[in-house]
Design a protein around this ligand. Structure first.
Ligand code: ZN
Length: 610
């Protein structure tokens, strides 16, 4: 199924593929790239743990060499290129090694490779913190800034933000305090990696009987690995699509509750302690740097500017949405009361997905599971490609990947359809497997950058997703939410690939944190439009069947009907994040559970856990 659909894409996407069965390679695009003064690079992937380690060592050594050169120059002759740009050049190059190690850590099928990559990422992070504290390099940058150069545009921004980084790293502090901040930041970055790794490593199989799974669609019960005995089913609480399908469909409250508690406490045994340590370190760093809290430190470089502004923003949103949230909650409560014959039944945190789904089915006649038939993965992918190719004037062509970490890895090359200029490449690794990153995200591998020889390095990125895999008799069938996620994540891919930024620091998605989601959030709206859906969504058993107009209308109505709960939940997460990082006495130990409980009290059922 998959490969025949891919052929359809070839014919749509490129007429030259009709000439032969051999897929193109990146070399077929070298001439066009040279014409555009652009460089295309397929990463040179390490394939042994030793190579992963050696590659990181080499990257750090080269970067240190670059730092030495910046630091050793005659300060009376320092230029923009020999200071600020040289620093961007070397951090960019070292960053590529770190990005590759991250991809290996998140995707490799060999646990020894993942461990080597994890160690390489940690080594890089420790080194990256350290470069802020190279006094000799700082002096060269300062010497350049002190001549008050007349810079404009991206150059001016690069100098301004480089100086800002030094201040935020504590370079204005006396030496002993600066050393302490450096040490604290190194510890913090290690703990951050541990926190993520603990979650990725947390596998959480939960056994159920068929009776426990009443309400689940047959397709779920038949998914690979789910049925593990005569009357035994194993659901992985750590696999997002399995968790959500269960929470939306399982009739048994006990089942929903059991799975919810396991899912929302993944890696709790290790991560509660890690988080408490991280909070203490963040607080200390903020205090040493002269901020009242980590909230203030983090928001300084964002639109909100202060923790108090961010908190007010969230509180205003909460107040604004409360009436809508209350009426939605009352509606869900009624459904639960009717289904359980308990007039006092309350909606718990493991209930809202289920009753929201029930209400959609009853009131809006939207059956999310039945809609999957319209969204076979490959058709959705091809359809999305056609839409993005058409609105942005791009062309995507599948090319041969010289090295694949999994058999069904895909590599595509993007060109500007009008000029023929190659713009970059993206990998697709779309289905879950053991040890793989368990969410949906775009990862940079090689960012865009104007190279020292005036050629432009075009980006190469990867999309790592976890869509439901195909089964013996069915293709991978996505939910409409999966389709929206794909449009969103692929939006990040294009944001990265079409960049023209001169410096790695500003390329693609390297924008202020409160803007980075904006392009994808706009692009994901295509999937709510009947005209757009009709270009690719069709029942995989009978391609002439499109989603009826009244269903698309009902999907939109249902989306609006759930908006109160959806956003109220997001605001609860934001409130928790802000509360964890509020001003806090330095000598008082952290108890993240305390903050969690106080937020839970303010946000009713939404954050109720253990
Ligand atoms: Zn996003």
């Amino acid at each position: 199924m998959k490969s025949s659909l891919l052929c359809v894409l070839f014919i749509v996407a490129t007429s030259s593929s009709l000439l032969g069965a051999e897929p193109k390679t990146v070399d077929d695009f070298r001439a066009a790239a040279a014409k555009a003064n652009a460089v295309l690079t397929i990463p040179d992937w390490e394939q042994t743990p030793g190579a992963v380690e050696a590659s990181m060592k080499d990257a750090i050594a080269k970067a240190n060499n670059g730092l030495d050169q910046i630091g050793a120059q005659d300060l009376s002759k320092v230029t923009f290129k020999s200071s600020v740009v040289a620093l961007d050049d070397l951090t960019y190059q070292a960053g590529i090694a770190a990005n590759k190690a991250t991809i290996i850590k998140e995707t490799n099928t060999n646990p020894a490779m993942r461990t080597a990559a994890e160690n390489a990422v940690k080594a890089f992070q420790e080194w990256a913190v350290g470069i802020d504290y190279r006094e000799d390099v700082y002096k060269a940058i300062k010497a350049f800034a002190d001549i008050h150069p007349k810079l404009t545009g991206e150059d001016e921004k690069l100098l301004k933000e480089t100086l800002r980084d030094y201040r935020r790293a504590g370079l204005d502090l006396p030496l002993d305090q600066r050393k302490e901040v450096e040490q604290l930041r190194k510890e913090l970055s290690k703990l951050g990696t541990d926190f993520d790794t603990n979650i990725v490593k947390a596998t959480a199989p939960v056994m159920f009987t068929k009776a426990d799974l009443d309400g689940l669609p047959e397709s779920f019960l038949a998914a690979p690995g789910v049925r593990t005995g005569d009357d035994a089913y194993t659901v992985m609480a750590n696999i997002t699509w399995q968790f959500i399908t269960m929470e939306e469909n399982a009739k048994s409250e006990a089942t929903r509750k059991q799975l919810y508690l396991i899912h929302d406490t993944l890696a709790k045994d290790s991560n509660v302690a890690v988080l408490n340590q991280m909070l203490a370190l963040r607080n200390k760093i903020a205090l040493r740097l002269g901020y009242k809290s980590w909230d203030d430190y983090q928001t300084e470089i964002k639109i909100a500017k202060t923790g108090a502004n961010a908190e007010k923003y969230i509180n205003d949103l909460v107040a604004g949405i409360q009436p809508k949230f209350d009426s939605e909650l009352a509606e869900l409560q009624k459904l639960k009361a009717a289904e359980t014959n308990d007039p006092n039944a309350r909606i718990m945190v493991w209930d809202w997905r289920y009753y929201g789904n029930q209400r959609n089915k009853q009131k809006y006649d939207v059956d999310k599971e039945a809609l999957r038939a319209y969204f076979p993965f490959q058709k959705v992918l091809d359809g999305m490609f056609n839409i993005y190719q058409s609105i942005f004037g791009l062309k995507f062509e599948k090319i041969a990947a010289p090295y694949k970490w999994i058999a069904d890895l895909q590599l595509y090359l993007v060109t500007d359809a009008a000029s023929g200029e190659p713009l970059g490449m993206f990998y697709l690794d779309m289905f879950p497997r053991e040890g793989k990153f368990n969410h949906f995200a775009q990862f940079d591998i090689i960012s865009g950058k104007l190279l020292p020889d005036s050629k432009y390095q075009r980006p190469t990125v990867a999309l790592l997703c976890n869509f439901p895999p195909p089964t013996a008799d069915k293709p991978s069938l996505l939910t409409h939410q999966d389709v929206e996620t794909l449009f969103h994540e692929f939006g990040h891919c294009l944001h990265s690939i079409v960049t023209r930024a001169k410096y790695g620091r500003f390329a693609g998605t390297h924008v202020p944190g409160d803007f980075v989601e904006a392009p994808s959030q706009m692009l994901q709206n295509w999937v709510w439009d009947k005209k757009v859906l009709d270009t690719f969504a069709a029942d995989y058993r009978d391609l002439s069947k499109k989603i009826p107009a009244e269903i698309v209308k009902k999907m939109n109505d249902a989306k609006l009907a759930n908006a109160g709960v959806f956003y109220r939940r997001q605001f609860a997460f934001a409130s928790l994040d802000l509360a964890l990082h509020d001003p806090h006495p330095e000598d008082m130990p952290y108890d993240c559970k305390f903050f969690y409980r106080s937020i839970r009290a303010r946000h009713s059922f939404l954050t109720l856990g253990t």
